[in-house]
Design a protein around this ligand. Sequence first.
Ligand code: F0G
Length: 362
Amino acid sequence: AHQWQGVVAEYAERLPEHVRASVVTLGEGGTPLVPAPALSRRTGADVWVKVEGMNPTGSFKDRGMTAAISAAAGRGAKAVVCASTGNTSASAAAYATRAGMTCAVLVPDGKIAMGKLSQAIAHGARLLQVDGNFDDCLVAARKLAEAYPVELVNSVNPDRIEGQKTAAFEVVDALGEAPDIHALPVGNAGNITAYWKGYREYAGFDAGAALPAVATRTPQMWGFQAAGAAPIVLGHPVTDPETVATAIRIGNPASWQQAEEARDTSGGVIESVTDEQILAAHRILSSEVGVFVEPASAAGVAGVLARAERGLVPAGARVVITVTGHGLKDPAWALRTADGGEVEPTRVGADVMSIAAALDLA
Ligand code: F0G
């Protein structure tokens, strides 16, 4: 019987040697690519969602973290550090524990979802709530890693990108070819960088090789930022980013330039979506597609729906949308109604008659 071995082993020949030497894995990757008829119907395209919440710690970060922690283990590292809006810290904490390393995480004070905070604590991370936003945390983490014996495992670490590019391989393996369009949320911009690298490499373009003006055999990359945290769209850093999608509440993405390059060489776009659009997409994903995600993860879906409304999604195009993190990370949003109220469970007695009546069966 075959058991999925994790992304480093499964795609070993496409990953650098130093990542493969001392593999630390929790079996990440191999996530479902699920057809989304409800989204196809709404857009006139052929829409699929890549469900990254199915990774061991509930987000796509695990793909990059297995690579980064494996490389660090190979070098004999004892400690790692990251800045995080939550998912990176949950992932780093789990993989560091697995490798017997200590893990320090810097998170913005008060703006991280409870599920993610719990994970970092449960896995034994040294968690510091920093008086500042994600961008401040990342600056501090970089300086800490320069001055002290701790390795940085944010996506500015190239091993993270190597691991995360495997998601593009999986999409191509599942569909038999690249989709026409790949859409995803953009925060610190590591993931759009990683997918584009993966698609290019699978299409036979070497890392540095020139591409045709607009590449064929690779998808258009469509990235979506939250409107209150959309520096790439605005063309300047945002000093006070704000959005319900706390995972992408980032004002100065580290991989900004790489994201623009992915957009331009793929013939794609980077646009913004409002919190209302994000929450509407979140609701459609749970109630019509059957996939529960955290708010930030719905940004790609929100963006594709918004472009479809403007007539910008070609009929019949094959569209893959990455939904990046699990709904249980930040479940409170599901208990809010569209008009901002609270969902209250209906209370009934334990007798069948009352239950049947409450269900409109009687
Ligand atoms: N979706 C989720 C659920 C995320 O956690 C993140 C990033 C993104 C999308 C955006 O990905 O940064 O590669 O553009 N979360 C980071 C973190 C910043 O610290 O967990 P990106």
